[in-house]
Design a protein around this ligand. Structure first.
Ligand code: ADP
Length: 200
């Protein structure tokens, strides 16, 4: 593909704020945010696919790579079709994709990765606390059960190394998500203003 999407990747364990920061970035002119988690949660659970995906999410497992990537591609194509994402002008902010090495490989065929933000902190127990809060505030079933939350962290820890290993180290910016939000915003702005100004 000649014209690859210009992409910023948001990595981070559950509760690290990928969704929050993705949404904030997506509100800026010239950015378009896609969350694979939101995309799955919007599926109609009455459909066969919707039901299958819901069951996977409820268990804290990962949706198979081919389903994830194909759905994501359709989702982005629809956004182009309706004009909410203009690939020639806009930067695509991806939150939740890729989560595995095969997904990173598939993404490579359609995307030029311009920056990678790794949202994380040393003590994951802080994030687990945040997830308990989110379960109450947003009614997310996969955040309500301690065993499922811990299973999602296990999967994250298992997949993240080989997924990140796919990208050059100097492209990654680590952002500590326990610092005040305004400083996180500043850190993200700093990274993106540097990495996106050189965009051809
Ligand atoms: P979190 O980062 O807290 O796990 P998300 O909203 O990003 O929350 O994802 C919710 C769930 O959706 C995941 O636990 C997983 O089941 C599924 N999911 C999201 N993105 C992917 C992906 N790229 N590949 C496979 N499954 C995914």
């Amino acid at each position: 593909m000649n014209n690859k999407y210009n992409v910023v990747l948001l990595f981070g364990p559950p509760g690290s704020g990928k969704g929050t920061w993705g949404k904030i970035l997506g509100m800026m002119p010239g950015f378009f945010h896609v969350s694979t988690g939101d995309m799955f949660r919007m599926l109609n659970v009455e459909s066969k696919l919707g039901l299958r995906v819901m069951e996977i999410i409820r268990k804290g497992e990962l949706v198979p790579d081919d389903i994830t990537f194909n759905m994501w591609q359709e989702h982005v194509k629809n956004a182009v079709f309706v004009g909410s994402f203009r690939p020639q002008k806009d930067v695509l902010v991806l939150d939740g994709l890729p989560r595995t090495k095969p997904q990173a490989e598939m993404l490579q065929s359609v995307a030029a990765v311009r920056a990678i933000l790794k949202l994380d902190c040393e003590d994951h127990e802080i994030l687990i606390e945040r997830l308990h809060r989110r379960a109450v505030l947003e009614g997310r079933g996969d955040d309500a059960n301690e065993a499922i939350i811990r299973h999602r962290f296990e999967i994250y820890n298992r997949q993240i190394q080989q997924t990140l290993a796919f990208y050059p180290r100097d492209m990654m910016a680590y952002i500590d998500v326990t610092i005040p939000p305004v400083r996180i915003l500043a850190a993200i702005g700093n990274v993106l203003s540097k990495s996106l100004t050189s965009m051809s």
